[in-house]
Design a protein around this ligand. Structure first.
Ligand code: PLP
Length: 360
């Protein structure tokens, strides 16, 4: 067996330890005589799995009691609709558009009410985070929406926008559990888990209780109401049971690694290796304004498309997978989520140095 260094933006690398443990438990989960994939989500043994997952996540993120944790399906993209359907009481919301995922959310919200783009970084192909300290947010806006880490463009909000008292809603798909967060600053924090936590098919929504109401837009399907899932502890219908089980293992792994402060330090150290190299390289360069650089997704280019393609091809042959940039931006992107070992980034930089010497 040989594992590659997988720099995929998502679905992405998972801790090897977690995969081994899941493999060990595949045929007989702790004496139950069955796989977690095969058991009833209403069984006692599964109840322990989902409850422990929630408790560990609450501990990791220090989630206050007045927030619910929901394990849902439909990916992050389904939240683009679920958020306005549940929160747009005045049919008005402010969107900060810092990339394709924020734009998709903004466009989806327009189906339900007045979505207002209050800031954007589209003028420079989303290579920076706009100043959000004094935005023109309508008084009656139901919420302010951000995509906190822009997976495709590699930018991250280092300070949260000044929402002027409005509820903040954040898509954290690609920075989930990468560093400590102050949950109390948000109304909703949500993300698909396939970037930094687990297998595709689970989306985690952390939502302040006062935002969970019966008062949703007319026609909102039962399955798209936060209240139905909150009232049923994410077991209204069959949840993505196996995915939640893997997420639970990753939460335990993160606790063992020292929690989110330790992950932040590790992630900073890891990203610095790559950014320092990009800053000194004669061939490669980062595409993002320095102060807005993501710790998780690192886009870079050589400035020559043919050379980019050659790099991706040779890197793959050397065991560095999925370095091709997003299809809409080209170049390269290294996603270096929690589970990417520091050694993977060190080896990548070593390979880039060699490629530079041969091609610059
Ligand atoms: C990947 C991604 C999405 C889309 O996730 P799906 O689960 O495929 O719907 C949304 N937002 C961000 C920030 C992402 O990285």
């Amino acid at each position: 067996m040989s594992r590659v260094y997988n720099f995929s933006a998502g679905p992405a690398v998972l801790p090897e330890e977690v995969l081994r443990e899941a493999a060990d438990e595949m045929l007989d989960y702790r004496g139950s005589g069955m796989s977690v994939m095969e058991m009833s989500h209403r069984s006692k043994v599964y109840d322990t799995i989902i409850k422990e997952a929630e408790a560990d996540l609450r501990e990791l993120m220090n989630i206050p009691d007045n927030y619910k944790v929901l394990f849902l399906q439909g990916g992050a993209s389904q939240q683009f609709a679920m958020i306005p359907m549940n929160l747009m009481k005045n049919r008005k919301a402010a969107y900060i558009v810092t990339g394709q995922w924020a734009k998709k959310a903004y466009q989806e919200a327009k189906l339900y009410g007045e979505a207002i783009e209050v800031a954007s970084s589209a003028d420079k192909t989303f290579s920076y985070i706009p100043d959000c300290s004094d935005l023109d947010i309508p008084e009656d806006a139901d919420y302010v929406y951000i995509c906190e880490n822009n997976t495709i463009y590699g930018t991250k909000f280092k300070t949260l926008p000044n929402t002027k008292g409005h509820t903040l809603v954040a898509d954290v798909s690609s920075c989930f559990l990468s560093e400590p967060v102050d949950v109390t600053k948000y109304g909703i924090i949500y993300g698909g888990v396939q970037k930094n936590i687990g297998p595709a098919g689970v989306v985690i929504v952390i939502i302040r209780e006062d935002l969970i109401t019966e008062d949703v837009l007319p026609g909102t399907p039962t399955m798209l109401r936060y209240k139905i899932h909150a009232d049923n502890d994410s077991l209204y219908n069959t949840p993505p049971a196996y995915g939640i089980y893997i997420c639970g293992k990753v939460f335990k792994w993160l606790k063992k690694m020292g929690g989110l402060q330790a992950m932040k330090e590790r992630n900073e150290k890891k990203a610095k290796i790559l950014y320092d190299f990009l800053d000194e390289s004669r061939l490669f360069k980062g595409t993002v304004r320095k102060e807005d650089r993501s710790l998780m997704n690192v886009p870079f280019v050589t400035g020559n498309e043919e050379l980019d393609a050659k790099f991706v091809k040779e890197a793959k042959a050397a065991g560095f997978e999925n370095l091709k940039g997003h299809r809409t931006v080209g170049g390269m992107r290294a996603s270096i989520y929690n589970a990417m070992p520091i050694e993977g980034v060190e080896k990548l930089v070593e390979f880039m140095r060699k490629f530079e010497a041969e091609n610059a």
